[in-house]
Each structure stands twice: as C-alpha cells, then as structure tokens.
Ligand binder design. Structure first.
Ligand code: GMT
Length: 378
C-alpha cells in the first residue's frame, strides 16, 4: 500500500507512535509518505520506502495566524496525486482530520477512492477537542473520517460519550513498543548511581500541567527519606520550572537530574528502577509502556487508559490522583524488596511484549487499512 501519514513531528507520544508505525510499515514493504511541517523526531534521515514531504505554511503580512491546516490540506492533495497514495492516515484529530477531509473533498474529481483514517490519541478528544472553539469541527472531522481508531478502550468510550457520534465506529488499536529497542539487557548502565547502591526513579514527559511534575518530585522526596535514590527527569515543557522549584523547596535538588529532551530514551530507561507517572489524565501512557517493556515497574495514577497498560499490583501500582503518600508508599514497597521488584520487572517486560508488541499491533493497522480500502469499515 501507499500510505500518507500526518502527525505532530515534535516530541510527544502521538508523533512517536505515528513515526514508528510508518517505519514498521515500510519495513513490511509498504511505501510511506510523511506529510508534516518538520521531519518527525523519531525518523532517521534516510530509510528505504520512506519519503518526507514538508508542509510549508508560507508567510504573508496579512496573516497574524498562518493557516497551517489549509497548507497541510494542499500538500496532502498534491502528494496523493503525485505519488498515487491509497490512503491518508492522520494522527491526532486537530487539525489533521480536518485537513484530510478538505484534501479528500478536493480529490473527488480525480481520486474519489482515497480513504481518510484518523487515530485519536488523547487530548485531541479529552481537552482540545472539547474546548468550545474546536468541538464542532472535531466532531465533524471525526464523523467524516472513513475509519477511526482510538489508542485505548477508555479513549473510545470517552469519544463516543463526549461527541455523541452514535454513527462512529471506533476500533481500539493500542500503542506499541519495539521489543528489540526497549530491552533492558541491551544497554550498558548509563548512570553510576546504581553502582553506588542508589535506586533510580525516572519520569519522562512533555512537562505539561497534565503530567503533574510537582507530584513526581514530591513522591521522590518521600521515597528518598527511606531509600537511597536519585530522580531523573527527562523532557522539557512549561512546568519544568515548577518541578525545579519543588526540588529546591523539598531540599532534594542535588539528587534530581533534569536532562531535558533526549533523542532516545531507551538506553536511559534501562538504567531505571521505577517509572513515575502521577498524571491527571492519560489516554494510554506510551512512556509508561516503554518503561514496562524495559522492565521498569510503573507507579502512577488510576487515570484514563493507564489501568489498561499498567497491571495494578503486578507490574506497578496505581493510586488516586494527588495521592502522593500512596504512590510513595507503593514505590518504597517495591524498591525495598529485591525479589518483589524483580518479579514485577520481569512480568512488566513480558506483559508489555505480549499485549503491545510491535508486530501484532502493526498487523492490526494493516488489516484496518485493507478493510478501509475494501469499503468494509462502515
Ligand atoms: O499529550 C498530548 O497533549 C497529546 C499526545 C501526544 O502527542 O503526546 O499524547 C497522547 O497520545 C499518546 C500516544 O497515543 C498517549 O500515550 C498519551 O497518553 C496521550 N496523552 C494524554 O492523553 C494526556
């Protein structure tokens, strides 16, 4: 198949999933065309059967807000015609599903058969899509997609109830991990703290308010009172300053490392003992899955789709939002007993592979595409 993929190319779970899906599909013989405003961050510069088409928004003095969604629609239209794409698969509804709908309308005279498939990732439904300024266009665009997938059961249910789109058929195709990349034994230790007997707690995110990074530092500060440990914070975003301030206030500053954005987190995850995700909401929690696959148990909240990923009491522990004491106690319980930690770590890696292994999930997408092209999704 010839497949166009559009996503947010910067750091973030939806862009990571879309890019890795494209790479995996190309390895399976499909021709993949990324149509984005910048080269996706997880896409290497050259791979066979993968093409990158940059969306240039252009500048004109009249435009205080350059119309990216229109430029994207025009680029999609052009790439479909020039390369004979079979389908456009867009990740994150806003504005990608809308641009794809416009492109498909423009293609009616020449390529009436082109299909538009949308994967819902989370905040496109739970936050941005429900904002009054976007609600009607989000509902319209998802209803106009030829096929819809959501990354968790939670997100499917939330979409159906929030948008009341009774006619929408949404299939759940979960996020996935490449077991060869997220593999503990593959990497040499990246931090010398373990050698010095200190446990490594880790958090990876975009540091947006939804991630509750202050809580990450608070949990760590309680754990550090009982267990010699360090906290490694990977990523960057608006709440980084808050987290740094919290570390100073709680007097743990010297043991909290802020590493900023990294190209690849897999080697670092392999040095972690515990992953912290005390999030407000998470449609899935790709970062938690990547940790689990690397044998790192996850301590977090019972939020959104996270309970579909983390097996509470087995591969980690999930508490109520804001229950810093509960999450710290669960972390101490796991880290304080080597046999308990080891059982959780082993199960985390095998469960992540069994339920979210790359090959099986990519096959699900392939079957979804074939059914779309054969008009079997309606
Ligand atoms: O975090 C966001 O604002 C959007 C999005 C992204 O691009 O990272 O994250 C969502 O998609 C990920 C990939 O499917 C999920 O793993 C995240 O749970 C989800 N984030 C939220 O629901 C907050």
């Amino acid at each position: 198949m010839k497949i166009g993929i559009t996503c947010y190319p910067t750091y973030g779970g939806s862009g990571a999933v879309a890019t890795e899906l494209g790479i995996a599909l190309a390895q399976r013989g499909h021709e993949i065309h990324f149509i984005t405003y910048q080269q996706p961050f997880r896409l290497p510069s050259f791979l066979p059967r993968i093409f990158f088409h940059e969306v240039d928004v252009g500048r004109y003095p009249l435009f205080e807000y350059p119309p990216y969604d229109l430029a994207l629609a025009v680029r999609m239209h052009e790439v479909v015609l020039k390369h004979g794409l079979d389908l456009l698969h867009v990740h994150y509804a806003i504005p990608h599903a809308t641009s794809a709908w416009i492109a498909r309308e423009m293609l009616i005279p020449t390529r009436p058969d082109i299909k538009v498939l949308t994967t819902l990732h989370g905040t496109d439904i739970t936050i941005v899509g429900q904002d009054p300024s976007f609600f009607p266009i989000t509902k319209f665009s998802i209803e106009k997609s030829d096929g819809l997938t959501a990354v968790s059961q939670y997100l499917r249910t939330e979409t159906l109830s929030a948008f009341g789109c009774t006619g929408c058929r949404i299939e759940v195709i979960p996020n996935f991990v490449d077991p060869a990349v997220y593999h503990r034994a593959r990497y040499a230790p990246q931090l010398d703290d373990q050698a010095r007997g200190r446990k490594v707690l880790m958090h990876v995110s975009n540091f947006r308010p939804v991630k509750r990074v202050r809580d990450v530092v608070r949990i760590y500060a309680r754990v550090a009172r009982e267990i010699p440990s360090v906290l490694v914070m990977v990523g960057d975003g608006p709440d980084r300053v808050e987290a740094e301030e919290e570390a100073r206030t709680l007097d743990v500053e010297s043991d909290v490392y802020f590493l900023g954005k990294l190209e690849s987190v897999a080697p670092l995850l392999a040095s972690a003992d515990l992953f912290l995700l005390p999030t407000l909401n998470e449609s899935f929690g790709l970062s938690a899955l990547e940790a689990l696959a690397t044998g790192v148990p996850v301590i977090g909240t019972r939020a959104g789709g996270l309970p579909e990923v983390v097996r509470n009491g087995e591969t980690g522990a999930l508490c109520e939002l804001g229950d810093v004491d509960g999450m710290a106690a669960a972390a101490i319980h796991l880290l304080g007993d080597a046999a308990r930690w080891s059982a959780a770590s082993t199960l985390a890696a095998s469960d992540a592979r069994a339920r979210f292994g790359m090959d099986a999930v990519v096959e699900q997408y392939e079957r979804f595409y074939v059914r779309a092209l054969q008009n079997e999704l309606a």
